[in-house]
Design a protein around this ligand. Structure first.
Ligand code: DC
Length: 225
């Protein structure tokens, strides 16, 4: 069977990472959560008070950041490591969600991140989720998915996820954050979120995990054979 690259792009909180992880596990492929990389950079900028208007400070800060993923045996996924620190929990906090789209719109940040994402891909066998993976990072990918779901359902899903660690979170707060991120992600100048011409759209509003997984696996095996 041929090893392929699978890209899963789409709006925030559509379940991209959950699906990508499941598919990667089944195929024994590497899973890369590209959003985690933008979140880690945002965390670094936030902790170090980097002014997002100051190009010089941004370039210097990027030079100080080392990103990698570490396999987490407890849950079978990979955690984001920034400069040797496991930041998997810290990057999911609201303070980072509120800032990440602005950081991800910066040209120098995208150049660095895309180069990191394109490393070590010679053997393929990758499932990567994000916003520009099928359009910019791997335009040659054999299978491109564009995942979408209706906004109320996305808020509800995100709420159920975040309430576990933040009992004070409100649906309104999440709705505002998702709307603002979607707006910035689709309207930024550099590689905005858009469906690649050859991507397959999956609206998972009324699909369960197993249905999505079965569909993507079927599409993948057609391309692997
Ligand atoms: O997938 P996520 O919600 O963790 O991503 C966080 C932010 O990072 C998202 O609002 C937009 C940005 N992002 C991006 O610009 N390009 C990617 N390939 C992945 C994420």
């Amino acid at each position: 069977m041929k090893r392929i690259i699978i890209t899963i792009d789409g709006y925030s909180s559509c379940g991209k990472s959950t699906l990508a992880k499941q598919v990667a596990k089944e195929l024994n492929y590497v899973f890369v959560d590209s959003g985690a990389m933008y979140r880690a950079i945002t965390l670094y900028f936030f902790r170090n008070n980097i002014d997002l208007e100051n190009k010089e400070a941004i370039i210097k800060a990027i030079g100080e950041i080392d990103l990698s993923f570490a396999y987490n045996e407890a849950n079978g996924t990979s955690d984001m490591i920034m400069n040797g620190e496991n930041v998997e929990v810290a990057i999911r906090e609201m303070a980072i969600s509120e800032r990440v789209s602005l950081v991800a719109a910066i040209e120098e940040v995208r150049t660095f991140t895309v180069a990191e994402q394109q490393k070590n891909t010679i053997n393929k066998g990758i499932v990567m989720d994000g916003r520009d993976i099928g359009t910019v990072v791997f335009p040659e990918a054999e299978l491109k998915i564009f995942l979408t779901a209706n906004p109320e359902i996305r808020v509800e899903r995100r709420y159920l996820q975040l309430i576990k660690t933040n009992p004070l979170i409100t649906k309104e707060e999440i709705k505002v954050n998702l709307e603002s991120r979607d707006y910035i992600d689709t309207h930024r100048e550099i590689s905005p979120l858009r469906k690649a011409d050859d991507a397959i759209v999956i609206d998972n509003s009324f699909m369960n995990r197993e249905e999505q997984f079965a569909l993507v696996l079927k599409l993948a095996s057609e391309r692997m054979n």
